[in-house]
Design a binder for this molecule. Sequence first.
Ligand code: ADP
Ligand code: MG
Length: 498
Amino acid sequence: MSIVDTRKPNPKHFISGATGDWEIVIGMEVHAQVTSESKLFSGSSTLFGAPPNANVSFVDAAMPGMLPVINEECVRQAVRTGLGLKAQINKRSLFDRKNYFYPDLPQGYQISQFKDPIVGEGEVLLDIDGEDIIIGIERLHLEQDAGKSIHDQHPSMSFVDLNRSGVALMEIVSKPDLRSSEEAKTYLAKLRAILRYLGTCDGNMEQGSMRADINVSVRRPGGAFGTRCEIKNVNSIRFAGQAIEYEARRQVDILEAGGSINQETRLYDPKTGETRSMRSKEEAHDYRYFPDPDLLPLEFDQAYIDAIAKDLPELPDEKQDRFIADYGVTAYDAMVLTLERETADYFEAAVAFGGTKRDGKAVANLINGDIAAFANAEGVSVYETHLTARQIAGVVDLVAAGVISSKGAKDLLQILIHEDKAADPAALVEARGLKQVTDLGAIEKIVDDIIAANPDQVEKVKAKPTLMGWFVGQAMKASGGKANPQALNDIIKKKLGV
Ligand code: ADP
Ligand code: MG
């Protein structure tokens, strides 16, 4: 690959060593299982969790004489993904055999794409601390998954489960454009979001439908690229961050001690937080790639690509732009709300509940604030909490109508979250007496009483108006937190003449 460094060194990302600063360089190869009912070259089911070897056809088991037949749905999903990554779709691509021996690979080779992949260069846009950063995509190719070897079920026997054998994978290769563990995690989250919006991969990392091989090297800031190590098969975004931090520090320590980095494949162990060597480059296979004679090249015409492009759903970046333009939410709120399509839908359902359009910023504040905190604590997404769009809309409407203050809204939300989970917000405000006092006469009475009882404080505030907050606090307390804050402020100012 021809590597062009597109990034300016950012001191925020530097790792310091005894001999000066270092910069991390990261490129990723993500394997994403294509959403499809059957495998890439056979009709077997791809259903997760079936008994071992239940989903294996003669093709998947590589019986002699069996021929692969391309699954057009998987091809279409790869093209859709390429378009979602704003990438070049190659009108002609080839399947190659990648030859190696392993018990879970009955063919003795993996059908993959090498020189001519189905998708070429594209990009993924990241929002890092409010800055737009473009991460280059080198290529996307289709390949089949291998089976699974099981070593831990019997002291002296190993087993092979071929259920995954032949399942379609997309390998999405980034350029080495990432510069920190934070960026790498954001990249994985964004890529996952794009795949899930498209419906081309379910992004389920625990079940292995999305795995990352992470290439890490270090260099002097802006200097020549260093030798990289590849951390294989990382299956969570959090682990990816931890693995990169550990690996970069390990490489810096070696280089600072005058050593050099051995290009190798490593494994991350979440239990120890360390990476360890699996094999060095010298032990790497020569895969003897050659075009698979059993498969014709894939050839598309422009009309096929155009028809797929026309059918793409709104993707996270577009949705984010629309949320900013239509609802006036901040770029950050829009980004958080659009990372999952279901969350974006939840937000829009609350904004438009009952056919009235309400303030998007107010809805975003509730969802990204207290509801997100609660969802986080529960380990679910906001849309998976018991709170309905109707309830969120109800709370926002009560604030908009001046029935409760924004502080009152927070209290009301806590009750809806923890106590009266299915309550109607308006009914709850009635039942619990949470209405804010907007009756000016009532507020005036409270303020008059406090002024009369505290002549010393009145003198102090007159001398130093910034001390007025004391009266606001006292009056708010006397009202049981229910006085309309704006009205309260105005009245105190008027009465004290400050
Ligand atoms: P290979 O063919 O050996 O897998 P590639 O050139 O395809 O190597 O690159 C594989 C991945 O490694 C890509 O994601 C790329 O961005 C990344 N990469 C390449 N060079 C470096 C480097 N010096 N440091 C970190 N990552 C790198
Ligand atoms: Mg590679």
